[in-house]
Design a protein around this ligand. Structure first.
Ligand SMILES: *[C@@H]1O[C@H](CO)[C@@H](O)[C@H](O)[C@H]1NC(C)=O
Ligand SMILES: *[C@@H]1O[C@H](CO)[C@@H](O)[C@H](O)[C@H]1NC(C)=O
Ligand SMILES: *[C@@H]1O[C@H](CO)[C@@H](O)[C@H](O)[C@H]1NC(C)=O
Ligand SMILES: *[C@@H]1O[C@H](CO)[C@@H](O)[C@H](O)[C@H]1NC(C)=O
Ligand SMILES: *[C@@H]1O[C@H](CO)[C@@H](O)[C@H](O)[C@H]1NC(C)=O
Length: 427
């Protein structure tokens, strides 16, 4: 009895262990606490001053080298003269109900405490399904902002409704960066599963793109009794040696050729950021922690090329706000998630690796400006029980943000299909 008490105390007393986030008023407890973003105004002003004095690179004129000097000037001028963090912070706080909590995950024979920031909106519908939404890089929990209201309150009762939980991966947004190496997709999956349990959702569905679409494969694989089904808008799969051989000898289908060629194009032309972040993230973090404008252009260089320009254009305001979701606590923790992905086996050097097999029924959504577009269905099925594939003729990587209505339709269609998705157990 006494020993039991001491063990509980060891956990709880440890929970008063001071987790914090640089430049933000936040506290973390073993039970959920409401959270509003409240960044130190002195830090915001220091940031603005650094932008004001930012030094531009020389002009060589190769538009393929990264964001243009015009981008540098436009974002800089907007940041210095017009950007209003106070208003931005207030608007996010108003639109997204946020919380902090500490969850426990097993680490060999010990338990580690993981402080998390997350959005949690309850649906008024009593048949609502718990949905865990996970963001990616270079996004954040803000990726959920354009779909969350329609998920909790769909236009009519023939569509499924959801209680939505959208956490920040540790090191992103307002979840403190891990204090030690070793926190990758495996630990993230454990932490997010623990969060769902803490919130009273032992069974739930998942949705995500980018890292979210990768973490959900770990989580579904590790927690088959809890993750009922998922919809991924980033279901990647590497062609095998045999597939590549077929391409070389000219016996691939058009679809296979397209997918391999596109993946190779991305690896050869656009993947430099990942090579740095998965090998020497601290090297780049010195520069990006010191230069808010450099950090904004680092994330914009990827954001720019993976959205569909016919649907969507990034405004300076959004580029700054999205980049601040890294800059406020410092970008290093989020950047090095690539290294942890590699360590947990999600990447192999330049390629993606074989992600954990998902045996639950899942659906995938493909958008033409995203990397995972065009993956043949029979190849997709090598990664798990892919039952449904939604292929769109427009949209890109940040579907929830860029083309929210298209993704919402897929979410409603898949999770509303009780027989195929397995969501019948929620009714
Ligand atoms: C936590 O931080 C507060 C304020 O910085 C300090 O007063 C307190 O002693 C710290 N508690 C622990 C357990 O370190
Ligand atoms: C960045 O430059 C490109 C090429 O000129 C342009 O298409 C894009 O709109 C610019 N982005 C911003 C935010 O100014
Ligand atoms: C965990 O416990 C087992 C069994 O007691 C032991 O063999 C192992 O070395 C421990 N692992 C660590 C990392 O302490
Ligand atoms: C419910 O709303 C969806 C999306 O707006 C629409 O397609 C569907 O026809 C509506 N169903 C009913 C029964 O009103
Ligand atoms: C779903 O399954 C139930 C029970 O097996 C069956 O009665 C129903 O027709 C199925 N619905 C659809 C849309 O397939």
């Amino acid at each position: 009895m006494l020993l039991g008490f001491l063990l509980v105390c060891a956990a709880v007393c440890d929970a008063s262990h001071n987790f914090s986030i640089p430049n933000v008023a936040a506290s973390f407890d073993s039970t959920p606490k409401p959270f509003e973003i409240n960044v130190d105004p002195g830090f915001i002003e220091d940031t603005r001053r650094r932008v004001e004095t930012a030094r531009a690179p020389i002009s060589i004129g190769d538009v393929d080298d990264g964001p243009t000097l015009e981008n540098f000037t436009v974002i800089k001028d907007y940041w210095v003269n017009e950007y209003n963090w106070e208003k931005t912070q207030e608007s996010i706080n108003q639109r997204l109900k946020q919380f902090t909590a500490i969850v426990e995950v097993a680490d060999d024979n010990a338990t580690i405490l993981v402080p998390l920031h997350y959005v949690h909106h309850l649906s008024p519908r009593d048949d609502a399904i718990p949905l865990l939404f996970i963001h990616g890089w270079p996004g954040s929990f803000l990726e959920v902002i354009n779909i969350i209201d329609q998920l909790t309150n769909p236009p009519n009762t023939s569509l499924p409704a959801f209680h939505v939980v959208a956490p920040s991966i540790p090191g992103f947004g307002f979840s403190p960066a891990p204090q030690h190496a070793g926190f990758g997709p495996v630990k993230s999956a454990q932490a997010f599963n623990a969060l769902m349990h803490q919130l009273g959702y032992p069974k739930y569905v998942m949705q995500g793109g980018d890292f979210g679409g990768m973490i959900l494969r770990y989580q579904a694989n590790m927690f088959p009794k809890n993750v009922v089904t998922a919809l991924s808008n980033f279901w990647v799969l590497m062609p095998t040696e045999y597939d590549l051989h077929n391409l070389i000898v000219g016996s691939s289908s058009d679809e296979e050729t397209f997918y391999i060629t596109r993946s190779e194009g991305f690896v050869n032309n656009d993947n430099g950021f990942r090579m740095i972040q998965q090998t020497k993230p601290l090297t780049a973090a010195y520069a990006l922690t010191d230069s808010p404008l450099g950090n904004a252009l680092w994330v914009y260089s990827i954001m720019e090329i993976i959205v569909d320009p016919t649907d969507f254009t990034w405004m300076p305001d959004e580029i700054i706000t999205w980049s601040l979701m890294y800059y406020i606590q410092g970008p290093y923790g989020g950047m090095r998630m690539y290294k942890e992905m590699l360590n947990d086996g999600a990447f192999s050097s330049v390629a993606f690796a074989d992600l954990p097999i998902v045996s639950q029924p899942v659906a995938i959504s493909q958008f033409p400006y995203d990397l995972a577009y065009g993956l043949p269905l029979d190849w997709a099925r090598r990664g798990g029980n892919v039952v449904k594939c939604f292929v769109h003729d427009h949209g890109g990587h940040f579907a929830s943000y860029e083309v929210p209505q298209l993704l919402l339709n897929d979410i409603w269609s898949w999770f509303g299909d009780k027989n195929n998705s397995g969501t019948g157990i929620f009714y």
